[in-house]
Structures are given as C-alpha cells and as structure tokens.
Design a protein around this ligand. Structure first.
Ligand SMILES: [Ca+2]
Length: 217
C-alpha cells in the first residue's frame, strides 16, 4: 500500500469524526428523557361504549376520517348527560408518550362541563380532563404529555368524553374524528426511520474509508 497523502489522511480523520458525531447524537438523544428518537403512530378506536347518553348514529369507521360522518350521541335527560368510552388496543408497551387527535362538536349549553379524560390504570381513576367547548373545535397534535406507564395497560388505553351535568334532550355530542397518538422510541425497532437515518450516517463514512483503503492496496 502506498503512503497516504496529508489530504487523504485528513479525509479519513474527517469521516471518522463524522461517524463519531452521528453516533453521539443518536445515542445521546435516545438517552435524553423527553427527547427520544422515535416516531408518532396513530391508532384508530377499537371499541366504543355508550355508558350514559343515547346512541343515535355512527360507528367505528365514522371516527377514522374528518369527513362530516359523525358518531352521534344524545344527552340523557335530568341525569349525567353522557359518558362515551373510546377504547384503544394493541398500543405498544414501549410507548413513552400519548396524545390524541380529535374533531368533535358539543351542541349544547356552554355552561355545561364536557371533558375528554384518560383512564389511569395505576390509580384506577379518570384523569387529565380537557374541557370541550360548546362549538366545533379541532384538536390536532394536542399532546396529553402522559407517562404511558400509568395509562397503557398491556396495550389498552381508554379515553372517554363525559358530560358531568344534567342532560338536555336537544343537546348532542358529534365526534367526527378521534385517534390516539403514541410516541414509540426506536430502541425496539418500531417506527425507526430517524434511527436508521442516524445509523446510516454512522456507518457510511466507515464503509467509505474501508473502500478507499482497500482500493489503494
Ligand atoms: Ca368522520
């Protein structure tokens, strides 16, 4: 093998430093709490249960698209207006954060309390209430910032929309679109696009160096 020039040596050192920097970024980001490398995956509702209120129309597919095809529930009169459960299943156990996307409309009294809540399996309680206003509201990428250990029970995540106050028969809940979003880190190999890009940047410079050295022999 002939002797390397200073320019060739500099190129090899540069490639090695690039690989090292990429490796540190990938490993460091994975280790930083709240800043994992991974991706958000959307999940459709698996089951709906109207605990209180009166079912009017719609089904699971109504909740999959923003298309004015609603899941519609009428308030019960005189008692707690409605309590509609939206269950999600097969959520990966390594999910570290949960969020949701919803487009719904509460056609009722703005003074009434309508909330989206999530079930805490550790405390056995509905928590993290988000108030739903009277008229149409689109929530997109609205992070609930949940530590999914408490809210992901072996793949099950439960959300509900609840009307605490007494119902009125002319009031309705329309849900056009509802999805759970789960942030899945890449260390299990799911949703690993960003990780793979980082990995490629780690190994490509090394492969280029090997190719260059072998070619010179
Ligand atoms: Ca719809």
């Amino acid at each position: 093998m002939s002797q390397m020039s200073r320019r060739e040596k500099a190129l090899i050192y540069f490639c090695l430093l690039l690989s090292l920097a990429c490796a540190m970024i990938v490993i460091g980001a994975k280790a930083s709490e709240g800043d994992y490398i991974g991706s958000w995956t959307n999940y459709n509702v698996s089951d709906i249960h109207v605990i209180k209120g009166t079912y009017v129309s719609g089904d699971l597919t109504s909740l999959e698209f923003d298309d004015v095809d609603y899941y519609l529930v009428n308030e019960d009169i005189g008692i707690e207006g409605f309590d509609v459960r939206f269950n999600f299943t097969n959520i990966p156990n390594n999910t570290i954060s949960l969020s949701h996307r919803i487009l719904c409309e509460y056609e009722g009294n703005p003074a009434h309390d309508v909330n989206i809540e999530v079930f805490n399996f550790t405390n056995d309680m509905w928590v993290n209430s988000i108030h739903v206003p009277e008229h149409s509201l689109r929530w997109d990428n609205n992070s609930m910032s949940l530590n999914s250990i408490d809210f992901n029970n072996d793949g099950d995540v439960w959300l509900r929309i609840v009307h605490y106050t007494s119902g009125v028969e002319t009031h309705y809940l329309n849900v056009d679109y509802f999805q759970l979003k789960a942030f899945i880190p890449v260390n299990t190999g799911e949703g690993g696009l960003i990780w793979w890009i980082g990995a490629i940047f780690i190994f490509v410079p090394i492969l280029l160096i090997l190719y260059y050295v072998l070619r010179r022999k």
